[in-house]
Write a new protein. Sequence first.
Length: 313
Amino acid sequence: MLSWITTLAQADAGTDGATPPPQEPAPSNLDAAKESASKALEGDTQAMLDLFMKFGLPLIGAIVILIVAFVAGKMLAGMVRRAAEKAKIDLTLSRFFGKLVYYLILIVGVMLALSMFGVEVTSFAAILAAAGFAVGMALSGTLSNFASGAMLLIFRPFKVGDVVNAAGITAKVNEIELFTTTFNTPDNRRIIVPNSAIYGGTIENITFHSERRVDVNVGIAYDADIDQTRTVLSKAAESLGDKMIQGEGRGYQIYLLELGASSVNWVVRFWAKTDDFWAVKEQLTRAVKMHLDEANITIPFPQMDVHLKKDDD
């Protein structure tokens, strides 16, 4: 009776007392790829074709997309720069817009190339955002340079081609980028300075104005006549009349500065164009020396008088 009940229970379960055979797990994509590669190495033409269709074509497509993105980025960046220059937009901003277009196209190209291998663009963007946040937290100095670069581009205390004194250097601005600014020195050196070092300090734009004042200091001997000295220095300044800028507060001034330790000190102030500053400074210095020599007015060397007193025994 008990065995009959057990037989009925097994019949109802549909097992007939036998243990169900274990099911094999479905092969993964990696296993399928390994199997296709193994068959391809064994000379299976169909397997080689399947492997090429699955991995070769996406790889070729990704390479083509990257090449097209690189070429298109260069072309469009050049077009943007030329259009900005024709619209008389500042050279600094035109270069910035050109590079911005170039990098945006490259980023789109990389995302499309990854999509050829089944990478979801949305997930890639999320990963990129998370990675950017982590890198940004680690590179606070870089963010500071980025913020300073944005402020330089917005407020524009100087532009490309200006000669500035900033971050301890005096040089001509070659390019303003988001993180750094490049300079060319008068002796033809290229200097790259982080933007935070520039924006966080004092900035002197030397060539901001079209006119500059040239100052030449000169010391005259104490035995020289003051009125004669003023007349001679005036003639020296007037000899460069073709370089002088006329107008209110311009022209030239002969200024009696101070009574020095060994000379009477004067300043010859001369207004000229900013582009002619260094040439005018040299010419004015030469003219001052030549006119003083012609008038027999000496420029004394620093000297010290020593008096010796003999003690009587």
